[in-house]
Design a protein around this ligand. Structure first.
Ligand code: V47
Ligand code: SF4
Length: 379
């Protein structure tokens, strides 16, 4: 890894890149135009030096993870995003799944006695499942296991739920919060640029709506995450515009916990003709996100989607969080071609992935309070 100081000694490095490196050292914010310079001129040694500098200034070698599991209530969905390999239209619902509250409580009970701290609830947008169904689900999980942080529902699911119930976003989110919901995951953001959204997910909530739901959640005191689906038909400028809109909202609310770049996977969907990005491009996407999003505390590599080896590599390119361990039972990526066909990693396996990369595993809760540092310890 190029050391940051060597960038200034290297006479072959472009003057724009040197100026950006100086800004990073001075902790001053880079502009969208400078982010484009990073995409166009930065090689991975240079980008890695900058992103790693930021990551190590904040956390040293500490690398966060939490113990969580997923519940996916259904894959039946009223929408048909071109990149989605997971959903089934209502008319084909017999090919998909729809879980009852009882079946979902059965999943929760499988974790009896296991020290998980979070459940992540996310799925398709089912036309018959409404706000009161999900409030019931949240109340039952909370009553059974009050120690679990309830993170659930993308802005896409929420928008549909609230419109169906004829509630404002604030009223709907308040009801879910009263039922126990504590934070929102980052899904559904894709790429905000309307011209790209029109081609990949025309019929669901637009970028402004996604941002407004997160803003409303933040105003109600809830935290959330942000994602960006990259590596399909978007341009670098669309990624920068997407991250810029997130950065502006974060300036206003400070409600985002982390940013998660999601690599487009091309199996079994309507965009299978589009090749997946190379590892070099993935590294650039992660490192530039870390450099650009100066007001986001954490950048997460979601290993079930990226693959555990690439997620591990990203620990040198700005990533400080590897998400969850116990049994990441999500199907959304394995169905779209991720190498993680049955994503489950024990705490021990995840900690070795982190220590192999010469980093220190740190178990966190859902809002990044440190629960345990695994330094020179047996897991
Ligand atoms: O919005 C769907 C993505 C997202 C594909 O907040 C795909 O902690 C790549 O956002 N290739 C949902 N990506 C999942 C999500 C998430 C996952 C884990 C943790 C968190 C968090 C959030 O999955 C969708 C979409 O962007 N997705 N299909 C695909 N073929
Ligand atoms: Fe439905 Fe989400 Fe798939 Fe789009 S990505 S079709 S909203 S499940």
């Amino acid at each position: 890894m190029t050391h940051l100081a060597s960038i200034f000694q290297d006479l072959t490095i472009d003057t724009d890149l040197k100026a950006i490196a100086q800004k990073v050292i001075d902790k001053s914010r880079i502009t969208p135009e400078e982010a484009l310079v990073l995409y166009e001129k930065g090689d991975i040694a240079y980008l890695g030096a900058l992103a790693n500098h930021i990551r190590e200034e904040r956390y040293g070698d500490q690398t966060f993870f939490n113990r969580n599991f997923h519940i996916e209530p259904t894959n039946v969905c009223v929408f048909s995003c071109a990149f989605c390999a997971y959903s089934k239209l209502y008319k084909h619902r017999e090919e998909g799944w729809e879980l009852s509250i009882e079946q979902m409580m059965h999943i929760v009970k499988k974790y009896d006695g296991i020290p998980v701290t979070e459940v992540h609830i996310v799925g398709g947008v089912h036309p018959k499942l409404d706000l009161s169904f999900f409030c019931d689900l949240l109340r039952q999980i909370h009553a059974y296991r009050p120690d679990l942080h309830l993170k659930g529902f993308t802005a896409v699911e929420l928008d549909y739920m609230f419109r169906k119930s004829k509630l404002t976003r604030q009223e709907g989110l308040q009801q879910l919060k009263d039922a126990g919901l504590q934070s929102l995951p980052g899904g559904g953001a894709e790429i905000f640029a309307p011209a790209i959204r029109k081609q990949i997910c025309e019929d669901k909530i637009d970028g402004a709506g996604w941002l407004d739901i997160h803003k409303t959640a933040h105003q109600l005191g809830m935290h959330s995450n942000a994602t960006m689906l990259y590596g399909h038909i978007e341009h670098y400028t669309d990624r920068i515009d997407h991250m810029n809109q997130l950065r502006l909202l974060q300036d206003e609310t400070k409600g985002f916990n982390c940013f998660i770049p999601l690599k487009f996977r091309n199996q079994d969907n309507d965009m299978s003709h589009i090749p997946e990005t190379t590892l070099i491009e993935d590294i650039k996407a992660y490192a530039i996100a870390r450099i650009f999003l100066d007001n986001f505390a954490h950048v997460k590599a979601y290993w079930p989607m990226l693959g555990r080896n690439h997620a591990q590599l990203m620990l040198n390119f700005g990533v400080d969080d590897l998400d969850g361990t116990i049994d990441d039972s999500t199907k959304i990526y394995s169905m779209a071609g991720s190498e993680e066909q049955n994503p489950a990693m024990s705490t021990e396996q995840l900690c070795s992935l982190i220590t192999d990369a010469k980093r220190i595993p740190v178990e966190r809760d859902s809002i990044y309070n440190i629960l345990r540092v695994y330094e020179n310890e047996q897991v």
